[in-house]
Ligand binder design. Sequence first.
Ligand code: BG6
Ligand code: MG
Length: 218
Amino acid sequence: MTKKAFIFDLDGVIVDTAKYHFLAWKKLAATIGVDFTKQQNEQLKGVSRVKSLEKILAWGNKTITEAEFANLMALKNTDYLTYIDKMDEQEILPDVAKTLDFLRDKKQHIALGSASKNARMILEKVNILEKFDIIVDGNDVTKGKPDPEVFLKAAEHLNVPNEHCVVFEDAVAGIQAANNAGMISIGIGEKDILHEADYVFTDFTEIDIDFLNELISR
Ligand code: BG6
Ligand code: MG
């Protein structure tokens, strides 16, 4: 049996950091006189920091200089990191650690595939960095999801064929990236939103051992 690679997105799959991204973007948007709603925040899931700011500026009809853009990016991240700094193991979403441990026990490859440049720091904060064989994050890619680059890099590093990779994702762009890579896509969230995924579960408490065993032995 070939060893599979299980690739986890970070934000919205392992931890609920969308609420911190929201607070930081909202504060930043207010400083430039742009109103930013929870609905708009939904559209930033899986989207890189640069692309997120571009979207916020477009929603607010704002044009700024390159220097201002760089400054706003830095401000947002500094504020975001004040929330990250307070994170600990309690913030790991239900049954995520249990799933990682089960896959480890079954000697499967475990990877992180995230758009975030803060991924390593967050994994360290919640104390699960050592559960991953490899981390591919926003520092390693030039193309954001739905481009498959982040997942393809993880598969390549682990030397696992794409069709033997399973991706857990909460963002539509992330599911599309997994599908574009020819990998098995598992949506974590709402069925209506993540309908392009091969499977969808509300959260990891819904994923049972039989299903994981079936993925491993396929
Ligand atoms: C993704 C999040 O995982 O990472 C996005 O879903 C975020 O909301 C992106 O913008 C980049 O994160 P960071 O930590 O590099 O600003
Ligand atoms: Mg996500």
